[in-house]
Design a protein around this ligand. Structure first.
Ligand code: PMP
Length: 443
C-alpha cells in the first residue's frame, strides 16, 4: 500500500498489480511476469513501450528547452510545428489548435471556447451542450458534467444544470432497442428524440452536440449505420455544432485516420485529442476548432486585452516534441494502414467469441473492441452488478492479458497500434481461456 488516493478505483479494494517495466506491446510486473497490453495502458500507448526514438526525442528536447510557456507572445518550434501538422491532418476547415495536458482539460477548454465564440458573435444565449447517455468525456468539473456514466458522476454532484448540459439517447442498439425494433427504426426513433429535445429547449440556446464517434469507456459502442448522418442533418438544420471527442478514436484506432472518417462524420466543427497524440510518452491534449470560430475570437480578445484561458503547461515543449515525433512515426511507418489490416483481423477473431455462452454481443471497429457478458444469451439479460465482469478481467490478468472492464458489463480491448497478428492470436487465446474459466467459476 502507499499514500496514494487511487483514481477510478474501488477504494476498499486491496489487490494491486505493481507494474514495473514495459517493452513493445508488453508490460511486466515486479515478479517479471509478462502481460500483453490489451488496452494500450488506458487506450493510449499506441506505439507500445520503450520506443527508443521517442525516448531520444524527449532527451534531446529536454536538453534543448525543457520548458517554455505560451502566454503573452512566447512560443517555440516544437509547438508551432505540431499545431500545423495536426491542423493539416484533421478533416476540419482551417483548424486552430489549443494545447492542454489531458482529455478532460481539452474538453473543458472546448466548453470555454464555445462560450467565448458565441459571445463573440453576439449569441451569448447559445451555450447549452447536448451529450449522450453512457457518455465518457472526462472527469474534471466541466468535462465530468458531459460524462453520463453513473460511477463517474455519482456523489460528485456535477453542475450539469448550471452548465446547460442536456442528455439524449445513446446509439446502443443492443441495449437500447425496443422489442422487435430494427436498426433503422431504432436510429429513426432516437434521432427523432434528439430533434424533439432541441425543439423543446430552443435551438437558439444550444451550442453543440458532443460525441465520441465510437465510444471507449461506455462499452465500445459502434452506432448503427446511418446514425451520424441523421444526427448531423438535424444539427445542421438547427445550427448546432458537431464536436467530436476523438480522445480514444483519434490516430488510426478505428481503422482509418480518425473516428469521424470511419463513421462518416463529415468535417466536424470541433475535435478533442489526447492519449495517442503522444502515445502517452508525455501528457498532452489538443482542442481544435474551425478557423472561422478562431477569427471571431481574435476580435473578442481585443476587448479585454487577452484571450484569458491557458494552462502553465499549454504547449509544453517536451510534450509537443514527442507528439510531433509520434505523428511522424504514424505516417512514416504507415501505422494507420497497419492498424486497419490488423484491426480487421482482430474483429474477425473477436467475432469467433460471439458463440461463447457468456458473450451477449461482440462489438468493435479497427483496433478497438469489446465483448459484453450476459447472464442469459437468449434474452440478453445482464448480470446483476459488476462482479462477473471484474472476475473475467482478473482472470485475463492471471493469464497474462490486460483488458479493462467497462460500463459494468463489457471487457474492452484497444491494443497498441503496433500489435502483430501473432499477438492478436495470443490476445484471443487468453481472452477465450479466461472466459471459459470465468464461466467455470460462476456456474
Ligand atoms: N474523452 C474520452 C473519450 C476519453 O476516453 C477520456 C479518457 N478515457 C477522456 C475524454 C478524458 O481524458 P483524460 O483521462 O486524459 O482526462
Amino acid at each position: 500500500m502507499s499514500s496514494i488516493i487511487y483514481p477510478i478505483t474501488n477504494l476498499k479494494a486491496t489487490e494491486q498489480l505493481v507494474i514495473d517495466r514495459g517493452e513493445g506491446a508488453y508490460v511486466y510486473d515486479k515478479s517479471g511476469k509478462q502481460y500483453l497490453e490489451g488496452l494500450a495502458g488506458l487506450w493510449c500507448t499506441s506505439l507500445g513501450y520503450g520506443n527508443e526514438e521517442l525516448i531520444e526525442t524527449i532527451a534531446t528536447q529536454t536538453r534543448k528547452l525543457s520548458f517554455c510557456h505560451m502566454f503573452g507572445g512566447k512560443t517555440h518550434e516544437a509547438g508551432m510545428q505540431l499545431s500545423d501538422t495536426l491542423a493539416q491532418m484533421v478533416p476540419m476547415d482551417n483548424a486552430r489548435v489549443f494545447f492542454g495536458n489531458s482529455g478532460s482539460d481539452a474538453n473543458d477548454t472546448q466548453i470555454k471556447l464555445l462560450r467565448y465564440y458565441f459571445n463573440a458573435i453576439g449569441k451569448p444565449e447559445k451555450r447549452k451542450i447536448i451529450t449522450r447517455e453512457r457518455a465518457y468525456h472526462g472527469v474534471t468539473v466541466a468535462a465530468g458534467s458531459l460524462t453520463s456514466l453513473p460511477v463517474n458522476i455519482s456523489f460528485f454532484d456535477p453542475p450539469v444544470e448550471a452548465l446547460g448540459i442536456l442528455r439524449t439517447d445513446h446509439p446502443h442498439y443492443y441495449r437500447g432497442r425496443l422489442e422487435g425494433e430494427s436498426e433503422t427504426a431504432f436510429v429513426d426513433r432516437i434521432t427523432h428524440n434528439l430533434e424533439q429535445l432541441i425543439l423543446r429547449e430552443g435551438p437558439a440556446t444550444i451550442a453543440a452536440f458532443i460525441a465520441e464517434p465510437i465510444t471507449g469507456a461506455s462499452g465500445v459502442i459502434v452506432p448503427p449505420p446511418g446514425y451520424y448522418e441523421k444526427v448531423r442533418a438535424i444539427l445542421d438544420k438547427y445550427d448546432i455544432l458537431f464536436w467530436a471527442d476523438e480522445v480514444i478514436t483519434g490516430f488510426g484506432r478505428t481503422g482509418s485516420d480518425f473516428g469521424c472518417n470511419s463513421m462518416h462524420i463529415e468535417r466536424p466543427d470541433m475535435m478533442s485529442f489526447a492519449k495517442q497524440l503522444s502515445s502517452a510518452y508525455y501528457p498532452i491534449s489538443a482542442a481544435l476548432i474551425r478557423g472561422d470560430m478562431y477569427e471571431a475570437m481574435v476580435e473578442q480578445s481585443t476587448k479585454v486585452g487577452v484571450f484569458g484561458h491557458g494552462y502553465t503547461y499549454s504547449g509544453h515543449p517536451v510534450a509537443c516534441a514527442v507528439a510531433g515525433k509520434v505523428l511522424e512515426i504514424y505516417q512514416r511507418d504507415k501505422l494507420f494502414e497497419h492498424a486497419a489490416t490488423t484491426g480487421a483481423y482482430l474483429q474477425n477473431r473477436l467475432a469467433e467469441l460471439a458463440e461463447h455462452p457468456l458473450v451477449g454481443e461482440v462489438r468493435g471497429k479497427g483496433l478497438i473492441g469489446a465483448v459484453e457478458l450476459v447472464a442469459d444469451k437468449a434474452s440478453a439479460k445482464p448480470f446483476d452488478g459488476p462482479d462477473v465482469i471484474n472476475r473475467a478481467a482478473l482472470q485475463c490478468q492471471e493469464n497474462g492479458l490486460l483488458v479493462r472492464p467497462v460500463a459494468g458489463t463489457s471487457l474492452a480491448m484497444c491494443p497498441p497500434l503496433i500489435i502483430t497478428r501473432e499477438q492478436i492470436d495470443e490476445l484471443i487465446a487468453k481472452l477465450s481461456q479466461s472466459l471459459d474459466e470465468t464461466l467455470g467459476v460462476i456456474k
